[in-house]
Design a protein around this ligand. Structure first.
Ligand code: KG4
Ligand code: ZN
Length: 354
């Protein structure tokens, strides 16, 4: 079957066509139109500006996606759209567009939780039949809005065993980049700056909640520590490139250490067969390296999954993939109801993962 995915929850307009055959997902197209440059001027995503850009781009992105996939609309079996969470003006563009297509083309419509999409990005290219996907899965969700440890005993079954008490880790990367005058979005820039530093650092940043008994996180204190250390430095000298790369490096080390250690601690308790990364911060090289090493050293039998390139950041292929797994789980009368879902589906900025 062919699934059309639509994602507009934040600052990427994306439409993708994926093909599921023998339970294996293959991407036919995954067009992403990024608004990063537009929002960079404002130091973060401006919701109404994002909505306006989504409106402008969504039809050309759909056309390009269908063309790249070499498919006609008749071949589409299901439309899968991000329902939430996200910025409501942005979500409304994607959901209304998907509802219109569902009505006009008479295709079933399914709403997907954005984080469920990030998790399912890991399953692209894997075959369910050959049981390449082994449960229970422990997923470390790290994005601009979320930092969670999620236990999945089976497909579509989520138990949040820990989460951030304040800022999400991606948000902390973005805020630290702003403190260091590096622009938006912070993640990729902090990561690049960090690579430039290869000495012994004199900066000591805290590792918040590293030894707490639960599986929760906190990144707000870490960001504040960067702010104060940078202020102190600026009182003495102007920001130098060596200070920036040292601070970026130290911040990334602190964040990665907490993420990896907490994941190992959760693995000890829950005995997963697979550990995966999901969300924008899963593009971070150092996080991938340290997580992989730590799993190899502590739990050599656990499989490590991380999204393939282009699938870490927001995209519609992950939404289409999650849609396929939801669809596959339904009986025929449920499937029939989803033909009428264009009447019911509502964007929900605070959608909870169920
Ligand atoms: O998943 P995502 O694209 O959007 C949300 O669902 O929030 O994640 C965006 C976040 C941003 O905070 C961005 O700074 C961060 O992911 N990010 C990174 C990297 N690339 C993107 N963080 C660390 N290292 C990266 N290479
Ligand atoms: Zn995302």
């Amino acid at each position: 079957m062919i699934i059309l995915g639509i994602e507009t929850s934040c600052d990427e307009t994306s439409v993708s066509a994926v093909k599921a055959s023998n339970d294996k997902i293959e991407i036919l197209s995954n067009v992403v139109s990024s608004q990063v440059k537009l929002h960079a001027k404002w130091g973060g995503v401006v919701p109404n500006l994002a909505a306006r850009e989504h409106l402008k781009n969504i039809i050309p992105v759909l056309e390009e996606s269908l063309e790249k996939a070499s498919i006609k609309r008749e071949e589409i079996d299901l439309i899968s759209v991000t329902q939430g969470p996200g910025l409501i003006p942005a979500l409304l563009v994607g959901t209304n567009f998907a509802k219109t297509l569902s009505y006009l083309w008479k295709k079933p419509l399914i709403g997907i939780h954005h984080i469920e999409g990030h998790i399912y990005a890991n399953f692209v290219g894997l075959s369910n039949k050959k049981s390449e996907i082994k449960f229970p899965i422990l997923a470390l969700v790290v994005s601009g809005g979320h930092t969670q440890l999620v236990l999945m005993k089976d497909h579509l079954k989520y138990e949040i065993i820990g989460e951030t008490q304040d800022d999400a880790v991606g948000e902390a990367f973005d805020k630290v980049a702003r403190i260091l005058d590096l622009g938006y979005p912070g993640g990729p820039i902090i990561s690049q700056e960090s690579e430039k530093f290869n000495g012994k650092s004199n900066i000591n940043l805290p590792r918040p909640m590293l030894n707490s008994k639960d599986f929760n996180f906190s990144f707000s204190g870490l960001k504040t520590a960067v702010l104060y250390a940078t202020k102190d430095y600026k009182e003495k000298k102007s920001l130098s490139s060596s200070f920036i790369s040292e601070m970026a490096h130290e911040f990334q080390e602190a964040a990665v250490e907490v993420l990896v250690k907490k994941t190992m601690k959760a693995a000890e308790k829950y005995n997963p067969k697979t550990i995966m990364l999901a969300g924008g911060v899963s593009a971070n090289k150092e996080l991938n390296k340290q997580m992989k090493e730590s799993i190899k050293n502590n739990f050599p039998n656990i499989i490590f999954l991380t999204p393939k390139s282009q699938l870490s950041l927001d995209n519609a292929a992950m939404i289409a993939t999650a849609g396929y797994y939801r669809w596959k789980n339904m009986n025929s009368s449920q499937k029939k109801e989803f033909l009428e879902n264009w009447k019911l589906l509502q964007a929900d900025a605070g959608l909870k993962m169920k």
